[in-house]
Write a protein that binds this ligand. Structure first.
Ligand code: 3HC
Length: 311
């Protein structure tokens, strides 16, 4: 690609123009979007597993209905994002194959187990809360299809976060045992939720270029800080203790100082050595195999309809 072409493209980005599928774009821009949107889509699909684990065991019909709706939403977000990635020339089959073979990344957070019902509250409150922090700026991403997909996703995420926080509030205000469940869930989900924002800026290999191309509007650490600043008061409001003794408001910084994130754990989970990585891939592969008959039937039906239309 010539310097002129790259400069002209960057000028479009700097003018806040939206890049559309048929526009000329640098191969690096296309490739990093396929990488990020694909991983985002995989995250939505794998993210259905930890929550699906509690659909049959929700403590009330109301909780079950909200959880069913949330898991269904996540499947739809995956569909949206796979479709956005397809506009960049990658096929659904190829992305699926990369996920099922273990080659593709998805968000580390979904490799943690949901051990009690309180985890469903913590996941909605913290994981979807973190996802909202990260996805709101993506509504202004320079690539049109991704930005537009995010607008609908963010509206649904707000419901996910609210229903999760309401579960935590109910438990925290319930019996001593229920409050302990909520505290235990916060203790186990807090640090992995901070890791969702990615490595620290100094370790972030893609950030510089992604920010230049306005795919990323804030750095990993900036968004992580926004999430901490928004979430700590919510924990305090329901009387839960943050599992970080070094967490302290820094008036000068107008932000929280916090303890060191366990980056060795983060790297291990991203590498595939988390608590549930193998289970998640096994479940996804089983779902794919079990669903083969549906794909074959749909293809046979489509072929028959096409043949009938030719007659
Ligand atoms: N889990 C797994 N891999 C991660 C990660 C995480 N939490 N954070 C970073 N990584 C990977 C990156 O993919 C990159 O590897 P790669 O070059 O092989 O892709 C490497 O670590 C270095 O990180 P960078 O900061 O350089 O990578 P990015 O610039 O891509 O930033 C990101 C990482 C902030 C997660 C960015 O990719 C992003 O914003 N993605 C879209 C949003 C997303 O995926 N959100 C999380 C899951 S979706 C969700 O939670 C849905 C909700 O409904 C539950």
């Amino acid at each position: 690609e010539s310097e002129e072409f790259l400069a002209a493209f960057q000028a479009r980005i700097d003018r806040e123009e939206k890049i559309e599928p048929n526009d000329p774009m640098p191969e690096g821009y296309r490739r990093t979007l396929v990488r990020q949107i694909g991983q985002h889509a995989h995250s939505e699909i794998v993210g259905m597993l930890p929550e699906g684990n509690w659909i049959t065991r929700a403590p009330s019909l109301r909780r079950k209905i909200a959880l069913l709706a949330k898991v269904q939403d996540e499947g739809g977000h995956g569909l949206y994002l796979y479709s956005a990635a397809e506009t960049l020339g990658v096929s659904r089959e190829q992305m699926t194959e990369e996920l099922l073979s273990g080659k593709a990344k998805y968000s580390s957070i979904f490799n943690y187990p949901t051990l009690t019902w309180a985890d469903i509250g913590a996941v909605g409150w913290l994981v979807d809360g973190a996802a909202i922090m990260n996805q709101i700026p993506l509504c202004r991403c320079s690539y049109g299809p991704y930005a537009r997909a995010m607008i609908r996703v963010c509206k649904e995420e707000s419901f996910h976060q609210r229903q999760g926080y309401e579960i935590m509030m109910t438990l925290a205000r319930g019996s001593e045992e229920q409050k302990e469940l909520a505290q235990d869930a916060l203790n186990r989900w807090w640090w992995p939720s901070l890791m969702m924002f990615g490595p620290s800026d100094s370790e972030s290999t893609n950030s510089d270029q992604s920010m230049k191309w306005k795919i990323k509007r804030f750095s990993n650490d900036e968004l992580r800080q926004k999430f901490i600043t928004a979430t700590v008061p919510q924990a305090e409001f329901i009387g839960l203790t943050m599992p970080d003794p070094e967490l302290k408001w820094n008036e000068a910084k107008q932000a929280y100082d916090h303890g060191e994130i366990d980056w060795a754990e983060f790297k291990a989970v991203v590498r595939g050595d988390g608590q549930m990585n193998r289970d998640r891939l096994r479940d996804r592969n089983k779902a794919w195999d079990d669903g083969a008959w549906v794909r074959e039937a749909a293809l046979a039906h489509a072929r028959e309809r096409a043949e009938n239309q030719q007659i």
